[in-house]
Design a binder for this molecule. Structure first.
Ligand code: PLP
Length: 443
């Protein structure tokens, strides 16, 4: 039995030993097509030589220096690059070690900002019922998954919650997309007014919902409406782009496709593409200027903030994305994946919705396509899909809790940006087989 506390305390997963491009191998000689990059992490695939070389070179030069004493060229260069590539005046970067840390940092930066604006009574965040923002206590409190929050409920801050933008299930028959969108914005305004706008720090949302809903893009104008409300009530808009950012949807930032500027953006996963644990918060200029001209410090910090090897890896990843025109590849391959998924599953009796953007796609699984009835949670269909997919040599990211964080299953796909057309064909073929086997095993 392993000494590691694994996700399942009853089962030790296969031992991953090597990876190359889209392929992962385990210690028993099995190989897997990594069609989800783990959880939308490995955007360049495995073993990319440019990233590996950059990490080696950095380790040879300097592996670590604490930010209480030093900055490093490589962290400065990465921050400059992120700021340069970010829209608008998202000019300031705080480098952390992952997505949850990025969200915690964003929450604390937002709170310190309102305090330094002379509004210490602002204490409340508003989030959506369908979201995952991380597993640390602040990020967990924000998340829409009631099941995940439940054991920790007494430890979590209060968060006001509104409906997600989930057209497949929530737009009524005959309701126009514009009316549906307007109803969500109206609901958000009611929540702000009910909380007392003077008490609210910010609204947090994933521009494209990842793991808890399954690649759900917003309806047109939804985030424009959010931004307008935030401006009206002096509330910060925090975009969690940990999963959907860094090119995953075809633009470096998913919000670019919504034509809105968030006040703070959290990044993770695709920033370092799995080569190192790294995340970041990108902040608009007025927020940082307020702190600079106020207390002069950000009351925050971790031992591995701005880690030079992590920064070197992320810098190399971002350079490869630009040099090899991979944002364009995401759009082109994304269109292919969409076509392949629609051809394979468009008429499937248990696939209710096929949705996504760029190279982030999902199938929502239903017992009945007409009623959209989900499978019973007790069947754990998503787990059966994961098991069967691995048996077919395929890594996808199936999750339960698609609806209200408690019911419903979906399968997330997030292939690397370097996947070929042939890779996508093979992924979809293996997924077809895995889904049939899972449906059989789940009865
Ligand atoms: N935010 C979103 C949207 C995520 O998808 C995740 C991870 O899945 C996180 C935050 C947390 O990131 P991490 O697991 O790196 O802490």
């Amino acid at each position: 039995m392993s000494h590691i506390i694994h996700r399942s305390l009853r089962r030790t997963p296969p031992v991953a030993v090597s990876g190359e491009g889209i392929i992962l191998r385990d210690s028993k000689g099995n190989s897997y097509l990594d069609a989800s990059g783990g959880a939308a992490v490995s955007s360049l695939g495995h073993g990319h030589p440019d990233v590996v070389d950059a990490m080696h070179a950095q380790i040879d030069r300097l592996a670590y220096a604490h930010t209480a004493f030093f900055t490093t060229d490589v962290a400065e260069e990465l921050a400059a690059r992120i700021a340069y590539d970010a829209p608008g005046d998202l000019d300031h970067v705080y480098l952390v070690s992952g997505g949850s840390e990025a969200m915690e940092t964003a929450l604390k930066l937002a709170r310190q900002y309102v305090v330094e604006c002379g509004q210490p009574q602002r204490h409340l965040f508003i989030a959506r019922r369908q979201s995952y923002h991380g597993n640390t206590l602040g990020a967990l409190a924000l998340g829409g998954n009631a099941f995940r929050r439940k054991p920790y409920a007494p430890l979590l801050m209060d968060v006001a919650r509104v409906a997600p933008c989930y057209e497949y299930r929530d737009r009524a028959d005959g309701q126009s997309v514009a009316d549906y969108t307007a109803s969500l914005i109206a609901e958000l305004e009611v929540a702000i007014v009910a909380a007392g706008p003077e008490n609210v720090i910010g609204f947090c949302a994933e521009p494209v919902v990842g793991a808890t809903g399954g690649a759900i893009p917003p309806t047109p104008g939804y985030f424009k409406g959010v931004r307008a409300l935030c401006d009206k009530y002096g509330i910060l808009f925090i975009a969690d782009e940990v999963m959907c950012g860094m090119g995953r949807t075809g633009t470096l930032y998913a919000v670019e496709q919504e034509n809105v500027l968030p006040d703070l953006v959290a990044l993770g996963k695709g920033l370092g593409a799995g080569y190192q644990p790294i995340g970041a918060v990108v902040a608009r200029d007025p927020i940082v200027q307020r702190l600079r001209n106020g207390s002069g410090v950000f009351q925050h910090g971790h031992t591995y903030v701005g880690h030079p090897v992590a920064a070197a890896a992320a810098l190399a990843v971002q350079r490869v994305i630009q040099r090899d025109c991979l944002l364009g590849a995401v759009t082109v391959r994304g269109a292919s994946l969409r076509r392949l998924l629609r051809d394979a599953f468009g008429a499937h009796p248990h696939v209710g919705d096929i949705r996504g953007r760029g190279l982030l796609w999902a199938l929502e699984l239903v017992r009945d396509r007409d009623t959209k009835e989900p499978f019973a949670p007790s069947l754990k269909l998503h787990e059966a899909v994961r098991t069967q997919a691995m048996a077919c040599g395929l890594i996808v990211y199936p999750m339960g809790g698609t609806i209200d964080g408690e019911r419903g299953d979906h399968i997330l796909l997030a292939p690397p940006f370097v996947a070929t057309e042939a890779d996508l064909v093979e992924i979809v073929a293996r997924l077809q087989e895995a889904l049939e086997r899972a449906l059989l095993s789940a009865g």
